[in-house]
Design a protein around this ligand. Structure first.
Ligand code: NAD
Length: 494
């Protein structure tokens, strides 16, 4: 019965290996090689994928360049707007299929991938709306004579978009929608583990009327991303992924001084003051980490709780975590599906071992699910570690699994200093009824988002991004379309 819920994705999986998508059609990888991705729920092979390399990147970039200078350059902003709206309509019509592909491919519960529908659609429609917005200004100047100066906004050119596996469809759309609205062309490199929905999306874009070469998809390993980052024909890289790979992209992109936007890792503090509405904060603090099995960049993994309520609060969070259902992602009752891959499972389990060895106390979870029917999939129980101190690795390093590190604190200045004592600065949460505390924390936290009495609220209109080593550039909002535009100053001596 649960498998039936995933049938929407089965047609796309039929046939031979999934090919690269270049210039509006499928094409085999230059090497002729393929690789398999597994279904993380069962550990069984799911799909055979073309293993792209540098030569494929050359072909895709050439197609994107030709489109940028040719057909796409002739499409007016209003035309791009209409196209994005048509893409949104097709994504809406085929959404169940896209959600099923992501669930099969990365294990997120179907309830979650389906709930991301509104996010995917609102991104496409928001940036459709903005396609006609970029404009320059006429600016008075002090040059003698009658010299007019004005600015125009122009698309930056060919964009390499590199995405991770934790939200395959929406993370791709998040980059593609503003890039197309700005008039850029795109070579998308999805995570090697989760390319399916990106390929289907590219087909839908063609069906919507997007000219060939405007959106290309090259599947394969990190070498594809590295080749895009170094390619002289690529004008900008927009990347979401680990800080480690982000740093490699910065180095690789130096050759032609590419524009970069980097959405990198997080170790976000979620801070609960004793005066907070604890009934609201308990489930929110738990789901700030357990949603998507902890595979969320802005997860509130450092849970600071004021000492007066610390014991009670962490026990309540652990009790909440213990009753969450870990299991088949197609089952509507499931709260946590598997982790994305065996390799990622090993990483998360190694951090559970580190937590135990460092002397943290697991109030719930703390282990892999080994009993049937989960023994062949990549399942981990939601974990709350108490008695964590700031120096422990589980309090400093990104685990990217359902693991909360709970730390007590005494006063506001202390917690602000400790929360900011991290190289990363993506999200942050504050729970309090005091307006003064809320303001002081919001102003003091060094992070791209501060959520007060909520966590991970998102909207296509509100910018999101990192401070410090969590990256630079912003996604969503007006800021995001600017990331794909150049400003040209024109001087006219008349
Ligand atoms: P990753 O950095 O390993 O891989 C991301 C992408 O980069 C993949 O497509 C991969 O193939 C590609 N890649 C690998 N090596 C490359 C290279 N040398 N050059 C260019 N590209 C290369 O990340 P992941 O494991 O897929 O995803 C998890 C990470 O993503 C976490 O650190 C998480 O915090 C981060 N993330 C950040 C955000 C955000 O918005 N800030 C959102 C989601 C995930």
């Amino acid at each position: 019965q649960h498998n039936r819920a995933l049938e929407a994705g089965s047609d796309f999986l039929k046939g031979g290996p999934k090919q690269l998508y270049i210039n509006g059609e499928y094409s085999a990888a230059a090497s002729g090689k393929t690789y398999w991705v597994n279904n993380p729920t069962t550990g069984q092979p799911l799909a055979e994928i073309a293993d792209g390399n540098v030569l494929d990147v050359d072909r895709a970039v050439a197609a994107a360049q030709a489109a940028f200078e040719g057909d796409w350059a002739r499409v007016k902003p209003q035309g791009r707007q209409q196209l994005l709206l048509r893409i949104a309509d097709l994504v809406e019509r085929h959404y169940d299929e896209l959600a099923a592909l992501d669930t099969l491919n990365m294990g997120a519960p179907l309830t979650r991938t389906r709930a991301m529908r509104s996010r995917a659609l609102s991104l496409l429609r928001f940036y459709a709306g903005l396609a006609t917005m970029p404009h320059g200004a006429t600016i008075p100047n002090s040059v003698p004579g009658n010299v007019l100066s004005y600015t125009v906004k122009e698309p930056v050119g060919v964009v390499g978009a590199i995405t991770p596996w934790n939200g395959p469809l929406t993370l791709g759309i998040w980059k593609i929608a503003p890039a197309l609205a700005a008039g850029c062309t795109v070579v998308l490199k999805p995570s090697e583990q989760t390319p399916l929905s990106s390929l289907r999306l590219a087909e839908l874009c063609t069906e919507a009327g997007l000219p060939p070469g405007v959106l290309n998809v090259i599947t394969g390993q990190g070498v594809v991303g590295a080749a895009l980052s170094a390619h002289r024909g690529v004008n900008k890289i927009t990347f979401t992924g680990s800080t480690d790979v982000g740093q490699r992209i910065i180095a690789a992109s130096a050759g032609n001084v590419k524009r970069l936007s980097l959405e990198l890792g997080g170790k976000s503090p979620n801070i609960v003051f004793a005066d907070a509405d604890l009934d609201l904060a308990v489930p929110a603090a738990a789901m700030a980490v357990f949603a998507n099995s902890g595979q969320v960049c802005s997860a509130g993994t450092r849970l600071f709780v004021q000492r007066q309520v610390y014991d009670e609060f962490v026990e309540r969070v652990a009790a909440f975590g213990s009753q969450l259902v870990v299991g088949d992602p197609a089952d509507p009752e499931t709260n946590l599906g598997p982790l994305v891959s065996e390799r990622h499972l090993s990483k998360v389990v190694s951090y559970l071992d580190i937590g135990h060895a460092e002397g943290a106390r697991a109030l719930c979870g703390g282990e892999r699910c080994t009993s049937e029917p989960f023994d062949s999939g990549y399942f981990v129980r939601p974990t709350v570690f108490a008695d964590v101190t700031d120096e422990m690795r589980i309090a400093r390093e990104e685990i990217f699994g359902p693991v909360i590190s709970a730390l007590p604190f005494d006063d506001i200045d202390e917690v602000l200093r400790r929360a900011n004592d991290s190289d990363l600065g993506l999200g942050s949460g504050v729970w309090t009824k005091s307006l003064k505390t809320a303001h002081k924390m919001s102003q003091g936290l060094r992070a791209g988002s501060v959520w007060v009495n909520c966590y991970q609220a998102m909207d296509a209109a509100v910018p999101f991004g990192g401070y410090k080593m969590s990256g630079y550039g912003r996604e969503s909002g007006l800021e995001h379309i600017e990331e794909f535009l150049e400003t040209k100053a024109i001087w006219l001596n008349i």
